[in-house]
Write a protein that binds this ligand. Structure first.
Ligand code: SAH
Ligand code: F3S
Length: 482
């Protein structure tokens, strides 16, 4: 289907009706760990269970069903979840014997039935592609049996499920556009827990955004493990795209056209996307981003390591030089663009020289901010099978501390560069530190704090003059639009 046709249908279309849940009497307590995709999945789960009589609650003790959406990305994430499960168990034993406890997401997929053996009080284990089966699984556990479904799927994108927005500020929302990942980075557990990569029908994406617009949302983040490899050719796995018919290939929608389509159809919504992968980011995406004011000038572009040798061992599909070329293109095409990173320190075989290459790459890019981690070996990954986890923990940690310190310096340089400028900020809530101040973000994703004047409200786009900053936050005042 052509971009024009989809935009046209969007103009004529009807809004999705959010599920009525007034009559529900059962209580669901749902908690999410890990990436934004998990947060969004929990919203899908809440929507599926709303039809089974469950309304969400923030009060753990009164819950009939407790679900934790889990993350396996690093060992620490799994440890945190184990501790949470102990807490649920205590509450169940002391306060609410009828409570059922279930795990969703990546740890469920990784451990499968072993999870039930290890955590005796668990009732339910459900992998990321099996949430549609929750109504059956929940009936099973309600009648006293354990239930497990960890099947991965070739098609599932939950395209027709309208998520119940949880913990929402009513301003920003996530919309998933791809699921799974085919990249097989050797350190990463995601391809094993989330299965093969598939993209979601653009029409269903547009419908979901229209629904958000009708509910007065102002910002949408398009989500995927690797948004740049989005391709809709009528359904099916990304890896089978080459086998599609010539017509399907010629009319396929890629990420650049999806972004273009969204930004054109919803000029009042501000768009972000997360995560970009250097190997798949096209110049088209950069040109579309530059073309639309309502596409944020911010790209999260994980590098993982500045050394080509290490990148190669990680099975990342680009070199240091190719990454630098991409950075140069971003700076050329979108000069005001903010860029953030993911970096792993102490991957198998990383030498001091490799580490210095990471630091020098950071010096070159001067990232606006970053997410930095010490390498954590994950069972079943290619790195766990092929390489020795040979960097001592204290070396991983020391390198991590160096990377974090350098990033802090660069973040400060970047935030300082905004001082004296006036910029548009979307008001996303009241500042945590003071109820007299608003909190919002500019197009570059930098947080700004400014005093309330009484003339603006949550969800407004306002112009803010930046007078000062800390290393990560801008401080300003609202000014009139010129
Ligand atoms: N799809 C994204 C990454 C998803 S995982 C991409 O294209 O890169 C988020 C981040 O967690 C990764 O970028 C990586 O920096 C980190 N990470 C993943 N596996 C890890 C591991 N085994 N140890 C430490 N950090 C890891
Ligand atoms: Fe993981 Fe690499 Fe995919 S980091 S999510 S395998 S792009």
């Amino acid at each position: 289907m052509s971009v024009e046709k989809i935009i046209e249908e969007e103009k004529q279309g009807q809004s999705l009706i959010t599920e009525q849940v007034n009559n529900n009497h059962k209580k669901l307590f749902i908690e999410s760990y890990g990436c934004q995709m998990n947060m969004n999945d929990s919203e899908i789960v809440a929507s599926i269970l709303a039809k089974e009589g469950y309304n969400t609650t923030q009060n753990l003790e009164e819950a009939d069903l407790v679900l934790v959406n889990t993350c396996s990305i690093r060992d620490k994430a799994e440890q945190t979840i184990r501790k949470r499960l102990q807490k649920y168990n205590r509450v169940k034993l002391k306060k609410n014997r009828k409570m059922k406890i279930g795990v969703l997401g990546c740890m469920a997929e990784r451990l499968k039935t072993k999870f039930l053996e290890e955590e005796k009080m668990l009732d339910l284990v459900v992998g990321p592609d099996a949430y549609r089966d929750l109504p059956n699984l929940v009936k099973e556990i309600e009648s006293g049996r354990d239930a497990v479904n960890v099947l991965l799927s070739k098609e599932e994108t939950y395209a027709d499920v309208s998520p119940v927005r949880l913990n929402s500020n009513g301003v920003s929302a996530f919309v998933s556009i791809t699921r799974g990942c085919d990249n097989m980075c050797t350190f990463c557990v995601v391809p094993f827990t989330r299965g093969r990569e598939r993209s979601r029908d653009p029409q269903s994406i547009i419908k979901e955004i229209r629904d958000l617009k009708d509910q007065n949302f102002k910002e949408v983040t398009l989500l995927g493990q690797n948004v740049d490899s989005y391709v809709w050719y009528g359904g099916g796995l990304k890896k089978d795209f080459d086998k599609a018919s010539e017509i399907a290939k010629a009319t396929a929608v890629d990420f650049a056209s999806l972004l273009d389509m969204c930004a054109t159809a919803f000029p009042k919504i501000r768009f972000r996307s997360f995560t970009s992968n250097p190997q798949d980011m096209s110049l088209d995406v950069l040109h579309v981003t530059a073309k639309h004011d309502n596409i944020c000038k911010y790209i999260h572009l994980p590098i993982q390591s500045g050394s080509t040798k290490v990148l190669n061992r990680m099975n990342r599909q680009h070199t240091r030089e190719e990454y630098i070329e991409l950075i140069d293109n971003i700076r050329k095409i979108i000069p005001e663009c903010a860029i953030s990173q993911d970096i792993i320190t102490g991957f198998c075989g990383e030498t001091e020289e490799d580490h210095k290459e990471t630091l020098s790459l950071m010096e070159y890019v001067k990232y606006d901010y970053g997410y930095m981690f010490a390498y954590s070996e994950r069972p079943g990954t290619l790195a766990a099978k092929k390489f020795e986890d040979d960097i001592p923990l204290e070396v991983k940690k020391r390198r991590l501390a160096e990377v974090i310190a350098l990033q802090r310096e660069h973040s400060h340089v970047r935030t300082k560069a905004f001082v004296g400028k006036t910029m548009e900020v979307l008001i996303e809530g009241t500042s945590k530190k003071s109820d007299q101040h608003w909190k919002g973000r500019n197009t570059q994703n930098t947080v700004a704090i400014f005093p309330k004047t009484g003339n603006e409200t949550l969800g407004d786009f306002v112009m803010v003059k930046i007078n000062d900053c800390t290393s990560a936050t801008l401080l300003g005042t609202v000014v009139n639009r010129e």
